[in-house]
Write a protein that binds this ligand. Structure first.
Ligand code: GLU
Length: 330
């Protein structure tokens, strides 16, 4: 018997079919008017509620886009899985689990009570507490060195050099009292590798990195492709790291709506308050969508709708199966 580990296989449909589906998805959901643009970070409140873009990158490197695919927006929470990937790569899966946790909190992304109730105080790396702790644990002796490591790593996931949107960074830095409270609480539990202000500053800057839907799709496709960026072919993290990150995304990528997301869409995904959503189909590719109006848990309304449509149309749902044909059966 072959001893190679089982991995998900299968490919996306041909490029022209994917393009037709992505165009159809944009058309179908552009008129969806629900949701509210986040404004608790003042700079985000200026986003165009009609903005809408989609990108899909396959493991072959094939890419298709539709809508506002050149529009830049701040990555926000979607940075979290990629920083977690860098940490798992640097300190190993067991140390990362022990320090950051891998279970869902079932609570909001900025919950303080989740820190108090959980046995791993950092809760998990897909919500603010775990992400601030993760930023503090990045390799590097100084905050600058940690930041340099982070930008270099996330840029390799995207396949181009990412830059901070200074307006978003300054706007969030001036208003992030709640995250300051979270950082102080984590510090009181001895969960940070550096001073709380420095950890929070790295986290706030990472959330302000400016991306497009194509960047999100390439980043997701890298996690879905054993840690290799399918466009640049750069080996960003080990395959074992990529699968661990997708596991944590599956349980907690859509905050307290992760169960609803899996129930409908059946893919590891991550959303952010600027309206981005990415999802990864192991072995097949990644998708990125952006549209600023959010549901009450902070997830893009059009982004969710379009991902659901494409997950079905492209055959990506991890839980979908059909009965096997049996020889001689009825
Ligand atoms: N920078 C945002 C915050 O800390 C990220 C939230 C999100 O995208 O979920 O509030």
């Amino acid at each position: 018997m072959a001893t190679a580990p089982f991995v998900s296989t299968g490919a996306l449909p041909p490029r022209d079919r994917m393009q037709a589906l992505v165009d159809a998805a944009l058309d179908r959901f552009a008129a969806l008017g629900d949701g509210r643009v986040a404004d608790y970070i003042p700079a985000l409140g200026r986003a165009d509620p009609k903005g809408f873009g989609i990108a899909v990158v396959g493991s072959s490197g094939d890419a298709v886009t539709a809508g506002d695919c050149h529009q830049r927006f701040s990555i926000q929470s979607i940075s979290k899985p990629f920083v977690f990937a860098l940490i798992v790569q640097a300190i190993g899966a067991e140390a990362a689990r022990a320090k950051l946790g891998v279970n869902a909190t079932g609570m909001a992304f900025d919950s303080v009570i989740a820190i108090e109730l959980g046995d791993v105080r950092a809760t998990n790396p897909m919500v603010n507490a775990g992400a601030i702790a993760a930023a503090s644990l990045l390799p590097g002796d100084t905050a600058d060195a940690k930041w340099g490591f982070l930008v270099e790593g996330l840029s390799r996931f995207a396949g181009r050099t990412l830059e901070v949107d200074a307006e978003v960074y300054e706007s969030e830095s001036a208003t992030n009292l709640r995250n300051r409270g979270i950082a102080a609480l984590l510090h009181s539990y001895g969960k940070l590798g550096i001073e709380p202000e420095a950890a929070l500053d790295i986290y706030t800057r990472q959330c302000a990195l400016s991306v497009t839907v194509m960047d999100l799709a390439a980043m997701a496709a890298t996690l879905a492709n054993g840690g290799v960026n399918p466009v640049t072919r750069a080996h960003v993290v080990e395959a074992d790291v990529a699968r661990r990150v997708l596991a944590v995304l599956t349980v907690s990528g859509l905050y307290e709506r992760s169960g609803d997301w899996l129930f409908d869409i059946g893919l590891p995904g991550k959303s952010g308050v600027s309206g981005g959503i990415l999802s990864a189909a192991p072995g097949k590719g990644g998708m990125g969508a952006w549209s600023p109006p959010l549901d009450s848990a902070g997830n893009s309304v059009r982004g969710k709708a379009v991902t659901r449509f494409l997950s079905d149309a492209l055959g990506l749902n991890l839980f979908a199966s059909q009965p096997a044909a049996v020889d001689g059966g009825a």
